[in-house]
Write a protein that binds this ligand. Structure first.
Ligand SMILES: [Zn+2]
Length: 372
C-alpha cells in the first residue's frame, strides 16, 4: 500500500519559492552523501546522515528558525560526556532518549504530510524516503516506541519505524488498533496507571487530555468509523491521550503532547518536562503544570510547523505563542526553559545535588505512591 516518494521528487512537487535553502537542497539531495554528524557519537550507533540533514546543520545558521529565542537552544558540544540521558528532538512531538546503548522513541514522525492533504481529506501515506532519512541518525537498537495518541502526526510513521527498528509499540488500545489495521501484527495496549519496565527504562503511563482546535479535539473518536487501514488524516483518530513518566539513570522525564487544565500532570518533581505547547489549551495549563512538576528543565514541544519538511529546519507553527510560554516559565523560578533543534542531541545534566526525592505528601493524596 505504500507509495515510495523520493526526497527529490517530494521537494520538486512541493517546493515553495520562499526558501533559498530548499532550492539548494533540491539540487544536492539527489546525491544522498553520507557525512558524520557534527557531534561525537557512541561507537555502536549509526552516525551517518544524508546531505540534506547536513544542510540543516551547516547551510542554515544553528537555530536560525528560532529567531530571537535561538539563545535558548541547547545541544551537546564535542566535549560533552555521554554518560547521561541523551535527548534528540525529531520534530513535531518526536524524541529519542538514549542511555548506555539503549533507546526509546516517543511519537516519531518524519513524513510531515502537507497541510492541504490534511485539510482536504486526501489520502495520506507514510513517506518511506523521509522516514529512512529521519531514522538514519537514530540508534540502531530501539527498546520501544511510546505514542501519546493516534493522530497522524504521532502515529502515521510508526508501523514502518517498528518494522525497520524491530521494536514494540506502547500506546492506547485505539492506537494499537490503528497500527494493526495498517499491517502491524502486535502492540502493547496500555492505560493510565500501567507501568512498563524495559531494559533500564521504567515507564509509567499517565492520563492526559488533548488540546482543542477551534473548540473541539480534532478527530476525537475512540473507534475508527470504518474497517480497513486508515487512509485519511481523519482516520487517525485521537483515542485516549496518554502521557508518560520515564525514570532512567535516577532521573525523571515527563512527556506529553499537550493538554488542558482539566487534567494536570502529577505532583511529581521531574528533571525534564517535555510539554506539548502547540495550542492555547496547553498554554493555559502551563503555570499549573509547572507548579506540579517543578522541572529542572522545561522543553516546550510540538511547537514547530509540522506541515513543512524537516529539511526546512525548525520554524514555529502559526498557532504557537512562545513569548507567552517564556513569560510563564520565568514565573517558575526552578525551571530553566530550553529548546532543541532537529537532530541536535542534548545530554540531560545530572542534578547538582541529586538526592532521592521523598514522596510528596500530596502525591499520597492522589494515589501516586505506587511510583517507586
Ligand atoms: Zn493530536
Amino acid at each position: 500500500m505504500e507509495k515510495f516518494f523520493s526526497f527529490r521528487a517530494a521537494l520538486g512537487v512541493r517546493a515553495r519559492p520562499r526558501a533559498p535553502f530548499r532550492q539548494s537542497s533540491h539540487l544536492v539531495s539527489v546525491f544522498h552523501w553520507h557525512v558524520p554528524l557534527p557531534h561525537s557519537c557512541n561507537a555502536d550507533y549509526s552516525c551517518q546522515v544524508p546531505f540534506f540533514l547536513l544542510l540543516i546543520f551547516s547551510g542554515q545558521a544553528f537555530g536560525a528558525g528560532f529567531g530571537s529565542y535561538a539563545d535558548l537552544v541547547v545541544s551537546d558540544s564535542p566535549a560533552t560526556r555521554h554518560n547521561g540521558v541523551r535527548v534528540t528532538y525529531l520534530g513535531t512531538n518526536g524524541y529519542q532518549f538514549e542511555f548506555k546503548g539503549h533507546a526509546l522513541l516517543v511519537d516519531p514522525y518524519f513524513s510531515r504530510v502537507d497541510l492541504l492533504s490534511v485539510a482536504f481529506g486526501s489520502r495520506i501515506q507514510p513517506d518511506s524516503s523521509r522516514i529512512a532519512d529521519g531514522m538514519r541518525p537514530l540508534a540502531s537498537k530501539v527498546d520501544a516506541i511510546l505514542v501519546t495518541h493516534g493522530h497522524f502526526d504521532h502515529l502515521l510513521d510508526v508501523p514502518i519505524i517498528m518494522s525497520k527498528a524491530h521494536t514494540r509499540l506502547i500506546a492506547s488500545r485505539s492506537s494499537i488498533d490503528l497500527v494493526k489495521r495498517a499491517g502491524v501484527s502486535s502492540g502493547d495496549a496500555v492505560a493510565p496507571g500501567h507501568i512498563r519496565r524495559i531494559g533500564p527504562w521504567k515507564i509509567r503511563v499517565l492520563p492526559a487530555t488533548h488540546d482543542r482546535l477551534f473548540g473541539k479535539v480534532p478527530f476525537d473518536r475512540h473507534e475508527q468509523g470504518s474497517a480497513g487501514p486508515p487512509q485519511r488524516a481523519s482516520d487517525w483518530i485521537c483515542g485516549e491521550p496518554l502521557a508518560f513518566l520515564i525514570e532512567i539513570n535516577g532521573q525523571r522525564i515527563y512527556i506529553d503532547s499537550g493538554g488542558t487544565p482539566a487534567q494536570l500532570p502529577p505532583n511529581q518533581k521531574v528533571d525534564l518536562a517535555i510539554l506539548g505547547m502547540a495550542l492555547p489549551d496547553s498554554r493555559v495549563r502551563l503555570p499549573a503544570a509547572l507548579d506540579r512538576l517543578q522541572p529542572r528543565y522545561l522543553l516546550p514541544s510540538h511547537e514547530d510547523d509540522f506541515f513543512l519538511p524537516l529539511s526546512d529546519g525548525f520554524q514555529f507553527g502559526p498557532l504557537t505563542d512562545f513569548a507567552r510560554v517564556q513569560r510563564d516559565c520565568a514565573g517558575a523560578s526552578r525551571s530553566r526553559l530550553i529548546l532543541l533543534d532537529y537532530f541536535r542531541p542534548w545530554t540531560l545534566p545530572a542534578a547538582v545535588n541529586p538526592k532521592p526525592q521523598a514522596p510528596d505528601p500530596k502525591n499520597r493524596d492522589r494515589g501516586l505512591h505506587g511510583w517507586h
